[in-house]
Design a protein around this ligand. Sequence first.
Ligand SMILES: *Cc1c(COP(=O)(O)O)cnc(C)c1O
Length: 437
Amino acid sequence: MSDLVYQLIEQEEKRQLEKIGLIPSENHMSPQVTGVLASCLSSKYSEGYPGKRYYEGNQIIDQLENLAIDRAKTLFGVPFANVQAYSGSPANSAIQFALLEPGDALMGMSLGGGGHLTHGHPKVTFSGTHYRSIQYELGENARIDFDRVLALAEQHQPKMIIAGTTSYPFTLDFSRFREVADAVGAWLVADTSHITGLIIGGEHPSPVPYADVIMTTTHKTLRGPRGAIILVTERGLERDPKLGGRIDKAIIPGLQGGPHNATTAGIAVALEEAAQPGFRQYAHQMRRNADTLAATLCAEGLKLVGGGTENHLMVVDLMPYGVGSGTQVAYAMDVAGMYANRNTIPDEPGSPFYPSGLRLGTPMVTTRGMKETEMAQIGRWIAQVVEHVKDEILPEDPKQRTAFVKAFKAQADQDPFLLSMRDDVKALATQFPLFQA
Ligand SMILES: *Cc1c(COP(=O)(O)O)cnc(C)c1O
């Protein structure tokens, strides 16, 4: 264990143990999933699909991939699954490649509203330049306004509508998305990457009755390895009986080569874990923890985008502390031992790099076994950090910002208040394993 790589892995494990992770898109895998990832499965090439490989020696890999596919179909209650996409972004590209022609209209939520880059973010992304991208924004009270979504769809006639979010704290009404898709004859793709664990655990309505295609990453609330699953529903197959085959072909030969077999096995293990009764408790606790964290932050005087949460995440609106103040708050929190990410708020006056919000989620802390008591403590700590840095205002002049942030970070690294809080955070965090069985 002398290679620097092993030392760095040890340091990362210590960091994860001693700090409190509040990034809603991250999670801690079970030792079983972790173990499968470090297996000999990574040494095997298996381009193609079970029974139709381009390489010999896939007798066992075929069984493994079929197991992952069967478990995905059973758990979600759908007739088709592809488990080979390397991650969520390539999976979304595959769905678009399968169902759209270049130049077709694609409709998704704007990044600022809480959508993902792969949902048609203009100018810089594949989805936003290869297709004619139409982006819907949030309406009143930071909620999706379906009248506006419908009006936009009727105006631009998208061939695909994506319903999915990365920082939207409220329940997604897939039935309303279906109405919009039906009104213009569009495919409805549900990207449930963030909320899949809640859906399986019965804490969020399922898109299965409404969507044609569903994409989920496997490493967020689902708690598996980094990867993705693409599902086709009965409804999707009714519209096009060849839909599954089109998805498979878009993955390989369309976009990818050999699948990552260790990941496939990790997905199979994670799906089995998610099918256990304990996973329902996990999803339920994740929701209760989010409610407690949100209530504590509000009681401490912080403002939440849309006023609260209905899922595993929330966005703190830091505009009262100046445009772009997510930058200072997220950094100071990390010094104090709690890592989250700065995030845009609806109608962000700053920029994605200097945004005015803070995104917080409970998937990781819940996996570690933390409950309401710990959430209330964490909420009070976060409020104290905000209070501590609130007079450090990000300069309006973009040219002055880099120097300001550099000086702010150097000062925060030595700040006695934050460093003393880090000791308290560590004392709490180390009472909990990374994965509470
Ligand atoms: C995380 C996420 C993705 C992308 O997943 P990667 O694995 O990071 O490529 C796509 N869509 C949504 C809604 C996500 O939350």
